[in-house]
Design a protein around this ligand. Structure first.
Ligand SMILES: [Zn+2]
Length: 412
């Protein structure tokens, strides 16, 4: 019983630290008084917890503002240079590793195209570890200052036993032929840094919800439109995961029973009609040997030039995409739908009006009227930013837990 009591006090303290850190991170700089107002904590609690966070170096003073008649109020913020984060995007055509400061400003990035080995898992892990070493070395960053490595992958992620420190993470992906790939254990063999892995569409969703077009929404869907198609469903402000975290495999919902063969092995999936890979293949006129991005850009240019087959193909893609968005609207009643991913951002300016019209034509009127449909704001590299939010979220939720060496350096 005493043990339980002790645990509760510790939990409360951690909860207060987490609340104040999150407020300062997302809304700072703030004064102690403003922190009290937005967090609901008493002035005494704010003062104590801020004192602790200052001592740990997790919060710093950054100027002051005049208050009405009283003494100027000191402003507080989370120091961006206090620690680092790594975000990795295992994309469809390349592996991108980026180093960020705590404020998510990108300090360095390393891009490695996936060669002929494709998504061979040993090869992908090797590229991640190479990229990690490169961004740390090029910036002279001490690995001890890195809070963790977040990895966005094109597949379903099983988190495994949390006690294994990421080593139990397993990925299943039919589209890149990963059958229970133990990516946690494979990465752990090459780095001691804390590991976090999630589906790329979900990391993109987290980034757009925190910093981009989803900010402020409680019910939203962030759609990833790249080579393939995925989605991150946000319900009541939290990601909807399902029983084993595979919820949101929207690209494999059926738009045509018995239709085109999909990379997942099934037929008639949305991805088989509107994914960039499918569009370039269906158009069939991209210059030989061009990359998928170059192929899609050529398709777009042909449509802009008025070539009938390109115009028709993109119009049909917009209709499929809009109809599939109507399904999201009917199923989840979101207030906002955000379209991100490199292909979505490339085609979006041309296709968005037609996508909105198709969504209106296919969705139930009442929920459609409550839903806005917009493009993502974080650019094509949002998956990397989103991946870096995985260790960041752990840091904020834990009330500022630091890796042992970094904590020791602060204490000393
Ligand atoms: Zn499929």
């Amino acid at each position: 019983m005493a043990e339980r009591g002790k645990q509760t006090v510790r939990d409360l303290r951690r909860g207060s630290r987490s609340t104040l850190l999150q407020r300062l991170y997302f809304e700072g700089p703030l004064s102690r008084q403003e922190l009290g107002q937005v967090s609901g904590l008493s002035a005494g609690s704010v003062s104590n917890v801020v004192g602790e966070l200052l001592a740990d170096g997790l919060v710093e003073e950054c100027g002051s503002v005049e208050s009405d008649g009283g003494r100027p109020r000191i402003l507080l913020q989370v120091p961006p240079g206090r620690a680092h984060l790594v975000g990795v995007d295992v994309g469809e055509t390349q592996v991108r590793v980026a180093l960020f400061d705590l404020g998510l400003t990108e300090l360095a990035a390393s891009d490695h195209p996936l060669s002929d080995c494709g998504h061979d898992s040993d090869h992908v892990v090797e590229l991640i570890l190479t990229g990690l070493a490169e961004v740390l070395e090029s910036t002279g960053t001490d690995p001890a200052t890195v809070l963790g490595v977040g990895v966005g992958v094109p597949g379903i992620v099983e988190q495994g036993d949390p006690g294994t420190d990421g080593a139990g993470i397993v990925v299943h992906s039919q589209t890149v032929d990963w059958d229970a790939v133990p990516i946690g254990r494979m990465l752990r063999a090459g780095t001691d840094l804390p590991l976090y892995v999630d589906n790329g569409a979900k990391t993109l969703g987290q980034a757009e919800m925190w910093f981009g077009a989803g900010r402020g929404a409680r019910h939203a869907v962030v759609a990833l439109f790249g080579s393939g198609v995925g989605a991150c469903v946000i319900a009541e402000g939290a990601r909807f995961r399902g029983a084993t975290s595979s919820a949101g495999e929207w690209g494999h919902t059926k738009v045509h029973v018995g239709g085109r063969l999909c990379r997942c092995g099934s037929r008639g999936c949305l991805e088989a009609y509107v994914g960039a890979e499918a569009l370039v293949e269906r158009w069939g006129r991209a210059p030989a040997g061009s990359s998928e991005k170059a192929g899609l850009a050529a398709l777009l240019a042909a449509a802009e030039a008025g070539e009938a087959d390109a115009v028709e193909l993109l119009a049909e893609a917009a209709e499929y995409f809009g109809a599939a968005i109507a399904d999201l609207i009917n199923l989840f009643n979101p207030e906002r739908i955000v379209i991100g991913g490199w292909a979505g951002l490339m085609l979006g300016p041309r296709l968005l009006p037609a996508i909105r019209d198709a969504a209106t034509a296919y969705a139930l009127r009442f929920p459609r009227a409550q839903t806005s449909i917009d493009l993502g704001r974080l650019g094509p590299d949002a998956v990397t930013v989103g991946a870096a939010t995985l260790p960041l979220w752990h840091f904020l939720q834990s009330g500022g837990e630091l890796p042992a060496r970094l904590a020791a350096a602060a204490a000393g």
